[in-house]
Design a binder for this molecule. Structure first.
Ligand code: CO
Length: 256
């Protein structure tokens, strides 16, 4: 069942998203050689709580940390450890928070120091595929229009989209209906209506689409050990078009 949000609820989700956007920008700037994954996790936890929000991943289905940190061939849901970041690593950060009862969920991939041209291309194409998917997230389109746009952009470059994990509706729960696959057929699936809020999250592998779960029960890796990248935004469907909620408002110029 899809839960539609009122304008007042979207206002709260916009506040939640702005805080998460700031948190991710801050973590991104910290991602340098020598910093550990747990350093990033502790800083995320502190940053989110300091703004009176709840780091929603903590305790979610037994998960213990505020963020997921997935390095190189790890796709998503990597558990922060004391592993130090190294020059050339491709780090995917995923974070979620709850603000006044509403979730924001977002993530991004960042290169640590100088990365290979292939890693850069993978990161760029994945970020672009999220933007292209979001462009399709307007009233009157269907979920499949988002899915097909993401998939086409990714595969044009010879990369592949992960099938076993998908985006989702978001609101008072992190995961609500509908599912938002990163592959599919335009013109199919649930109709997009005002008040829907979707977490769109392409996971893109440099090699094949197949993934496996590590023994820790969380970390998802590419079966062929190829690099993987991931970007996610929570997006509101409004009559004025898609609104990306999970962006920092800090960088916007102040009106006189
Ligand atoms: Co998500």
């Amino acid at each position: 069942m899809i839960i539609y949000k009122s304008p007042a609820e979207i206002d709260l989700m916009r506040e939640a998203g702005a805080i998460l956007g700031e948190a991710l920008a801050h973590l991104q700037s910290m991602a340098r050689p020598g910093v550990t994954l747990l350093d990033l996790d502790r800083e995320a936890d502190r940053f989110i709580r300091a703004r009176d929000c709840i780091p929603g991943f903590v305790g979610y289905q037994g998960y213990q940390n505020a963020i997921c940190t997935s390095v190189n061939d790890q796709v998503v849901h990597g558990i922060p450890t004391n592993r130090k970041l190294r020059e050339g690593d491709l780090l995917s950060l995923d974070a979620g928070l709850i603000h006044r009862g509403f979730w924001a969920d977002a993530g991004l991939t960042v290169g640590v120091g100088k990365i290979s041209p292939q890693a850069q291309r993978l990161m760029d194409v994945t970020r672009e595929s999220l933007s292209i998917g979001i462009e399709q997230a307007h009233v009157g389109n269907r979920i499949g229009d988002i899915s097909a746009a993401v998939q086409q952009h990714v595969e044009r470059d010879g990369f592949s989209v992960v099938r076993s994990f998908v985006g989702h509706g978001i609101g008072r729960d992190m995961h609500e209906d509908p599912q938002v696959p990163n592959f599919g057929i335009a013109g199919t699936g649930p109709l997009l209506k005002p008040g829907m809020v979707l977490a769109i999250e392409p996971m893109v592998n440099a090699g094949g689409p197949d993934v496996a779960l590590l023994g820790d029960g969380w970390t998802v890796v590419t079966v062929d050990h190829s690099l993987s990248a991931y970007f996610e935004h929570s997006v509101a469907i409004t009559l004025d078009g898609p609104e990306i909620l999970t962006v920092s408002k800090k960088a916007l110029p102040v009106r006189p």
